[in-house]
Design a protein around this ligand. Sequence first.
Ligand SMILES: [Fe+2]
Ligand SMILES: [Fe+2]
Length: 379
Amino acid sequence: MKNSLKFNNDTFRVMLVGDPHESPKDKSDEDKAKIADYLALQYAAVTELKPDLVILMGDNAKGKDTDELRKVLLRITKPYADHNIPFAFILGNHDLECEVNDINVQYDVYRTLPCCVLPCKDEVNSFGDYFLTIKNDDETEDIFNFWLMYSGSGAAKEYYSCYDFVKAEQIRWYEEKSEELKLLNNKTVPSMVIQHIPVPEEFRLLKERSFLSMIADGVTGQNEQKGKFYTLDKKKTVGYMGEAPCTSGYNSGQFKSWKKTGNVIAAFFGHDHMNDFIGDVDGITLGQCKTAGFRPYGDGLMQGVRIIDIKKDIPTEFDTKMVYYRDLIGTECHSIHGAEKVLRDRISVKLDVLKAVIKYTAPVILPIAAIKIIKSIKK
Ligand SMILES: [Fe+2]
Ligand SMILES: [Fe+2]
């Protein structure tokens, strides 16, 4: 499908779909229930929210060969095909962890899908990065642009980092293409970056805390931040953090390049399934999109999609919000039952744990403490 994305109205609405982690497994009752819930969410989302473009945020699907991968992808993108909604995608760290482990081969499979707006090979760089411009209604001008960047998988040893990052060559490509777009349009085209693994600057939206924060809303650092504890900086953010960001431990200068180039107003990431916070770092919005999937680890019944509304008249401004399964469908669900439906809210869960500890240890601790106090008074 050729990219003919344009503003048909005053607003261009994008729907981000985080980490579907879909699989060829479809035989068991459990698999059938997960597929049904995923598709119910996607059909409800496109029907209710009417996006102009859908973007899959990576960790999308796997298959043992191209036919099987295509079958899974046809299934998960059918809600968009049925409504004739264009979709784009990026790959995540898990997409190539299957027999179809060549990015070009996977992209060729995506190209065969109805409504996929992946450009032709000449317009995709060797890493898998591409961009999609959104034009005005008579298609004479680029109003907005999306950079769809591949952030790799595991980092090479010499970087001392668990997760990969956008490489220097990719950053050079982004800067060159930004300049071309600017010359073509005689202006800087406001843009958003969509990629799977967050940039390390996301930590600037967090505050490092003591381990005592874990009683309330703290999360434990992972990988390079192991042994540290974090909460969201409430002054800078809105949304929820259910786990510490799994960014790369190596900073390749991608954020710095966005600042230098000056066209990126926001970047949205997947990868951390439970996070949906957003906040401003040095004039650029960094935001998370929670998983929409029912197969991977998640956060109770809080699967959802992120909506971004870009304004034609002021394309440097946008509105965004998460819309959850609970908002669209309710709490009826085939694959998540009972207590598992409850958001693993850090504060309520931890306070419950604390209350239980007090309740069960008080009958032992209080008499011992009382005896000690009485003895000290008698002395
Ligand atoms: Fe994932
Ligand atoms: Fe991931």
